[in-house]
Design a protein around this ligand. Structure first.
Ligand code: PXL
Length: 276
């Protein structure tokens, strides 16, 4: 298999098992060189910790990109997660075109919201810019909340296939070609992921665990990217990532005090085995 090089752009939450501290080990474990462009440095993630620090790295981005351009550095895939400012979203579009290889795969996880709410610090302007970026990416990996913000649809915790189809239609209207919609649940004990690839719809349903952990969206998107860049189909990548995320949540289930993230490291071997 060809050795591939991925660039991932998201924050470093120093503590919290999300974003780069998840993406870097997971994609590396998939056998892929993983380069990083940190969007911000935070002492912790913003979901549950109080008084976190936030160093915005927006102004560093153009110079970093320019250096890569002058060195002739190109990436086989660019995957974005949590971005630190609206301006960064514009920079990312330029990064796709200036350091992406000829057949570069672009994946955008519009990491900005969950459970019906935007993360702290994001506003309408950020959502507008993210709509634009989502329309330019080859793959997007939103959860239902993010899909609602991108499309202006009402967020619902209970819904039917018609509601999901409307979300997909509106995402498609933004220009999104391949949509991996996570956390789609039609019954109490099952959840799953929708894969809409060039108009063809499939659904992978799996068990829904009673506990949920912070950071599973980042685990999911990183495993998806790893599998996709390893040459798996969109559906197989979506399935492999879902199975791995379930294992991570199971590995975390017994702990009372591990509320801030999922213990993804001890089960990395299962992801590697699934890629064999
Ligand atoms: O997991 C998404 C995420 C990433 N980075 C930061 C966050 C969050 C979610 O809250 O706060 C800084």
């Amino acid at each position: 298999m060809a050795y591939k090089k991925v660039l991932t752009i998201q924050d470093i939450s120093c503590v919290g098992q999300c974003s780069l501290t998840v993406a870097l080990p997971i994609i590396s474990a998939c056998g892929i060189e993983t380069c990083v462009l940190p969007s911000a440095v935070l002492s912790t993630h913003t979901a549950g910790f109080k008084g976190y620090t936030f160093r915005d790295l927006t102004e560093d981005m153009p110079a970093i990109k320019n250096h890569w351009v002058s060195e002739g550095i190109k990436f086989d895939a660019v995957y974005t997660g949590y971005l630190g400012s609206t301006k960064q979203i514009e920079y990312v579009e330029d990064i796709f075109s200036s350091v992406g290889s000829e057949d570069c795969i672009t994946i955008v996880d519009p990491a900005m919201a969950d459970n019906g709410n935007l993360y702290p610090g994001f506003d309408d302007a950020f959502v507008e810019a993210m709509k634009n970026l989502a329309g330019k990416a080859q793959y997007i990996v939103p959860n239902i909340t993010e899909a609602c913000f991108l499309t202006g649809m009402e967020y619902k915790t209970e819904y039917d296939k018609e509601y999901i189809q409307m979300l997909l239609d509106k995402l498609t209207a933004l220009g999104c070609r391949n949509i991996i919609l996570t956390g789609v649940s039609y019954s109490a004990d099952k959840t799953g992921v929708i894969v809409l690839e060039n108009g063809a719809l499939s659904y992978y349903e799996h068990e829904k665990l009673s506990n949920s952990c912070h950071g599973t969206g980042d685990i999911y998107a990183s495993a998806f990217v790893g599998a996709l860049v390893r040459g798996k189909s969109s559906y197989d990548s979506a399935k492999i990532a879902a199975d791995y995320t379930v294992e991570c949540i199971k590995a975390t289930a017994q702990e009372d005090n591990h509320w801030y993230g999922a213990k993804f490291e001890p089960v990395l071997i299962k992801l590697i085995e699934a890629l064999a």
